[in-house]
Design a protein around this ligand. Sequence first.
Ligand code: PLP
Length: 338
Amino acid sequence: VEVQGGPRTFEISPVTLEEIREARERIRGLACETPLKPSFHLSERLGRRVFLKLETAQPTGAFKIRGAANAVLSLPPEKRALGVVTMSSGNHGRALAYVAQKVGIPAVICLSEQVPPVKVEAIRSLGAEVLVCGPDQETATEYALSLAEERGQVYVSPFDDRSVIAGQGTIALEILEQCPEVDTLVVQVSGGGLMSGIGIGVRSLQPEVKLLGVSQESGAAMYQSMAAGTIVEVEELPSLADALQGGIPPDNRYTFDLCRTLIDRMFLLDEDQLGQAMAHAFLHERLVLEGGGAAALGVLLQPESVKHLGQTVVAICTGDNVDPVQLLKLVDRYGGLG
Ligand SMILES: *Cc1c(COP(=O)(O)O)cnc(C)c1O
């Protein structure tokens, strides 16, 4: 399933290349520059050069530390000292908790009941206050926002925040240095902070690069909203890609407009395709990836995506926070298929 995005270039961007460059300097020491690994298996299979950007190498196992670090370090010291609050599907909460611990400020992470136990435990072990507050992200977000107001703490959105977008955009600067010939990027899309940051970074420097987005089929908020031309509510359904779940609040300021301007094409993967991608990553790349983390690689496994790929493709491996037992079951189930 595909939808054509908007025009290729954008005139006014809420986040600039300069802000992404500043973010890169600011987050050094908290976030890593991650490896770009050639995938010999996928290169062979697809007859073009394929690279994987390993955000799994971050200290929290996902790229979200880039945005969280930039957001916290951008706050004026008096404000920062009061602490931060967020709502998260898991990885952003873990990243914010990690950064807060490193800089010595309190963090409150509000989660929905759908966040997998591995993620909840990882956040708790970083010393953050963890509140499981409600059946879905909408409820958890409302709670987090009211808590932030009540306590006078800063709410750090997982995606709709300029410093978060700039932080995620630092991935683009690294990719363009590591592989200047890149002509196609495959990027996971949930709230769209990752795609917005990468898109602004890449298009500012190499406007011709194609941006392919991918979401899970069940409850793809950005995809549905792009198709409708306005932000629509989606039902939050369980998925292997738990990191990609969740709606886009209707007061979205940046990521919806950025995504519909930047993205050339969106792909949706069903649960079998996500499972196959995770198994494929494990067996052929020797990579542990969570469902959301494997989605970009999953696009490359779909025969119908090949005609949209250029000669030098980079797929982002966004995260590895998966229950090992669950992963091994999926490898067992899908290993022979992908
Ligand atoms: C958050 C997340 C995404 C999606 O990022 P958005 O900025 O919300 O679009 C993709 N993969 C993983 C592993 C994530 O944690």
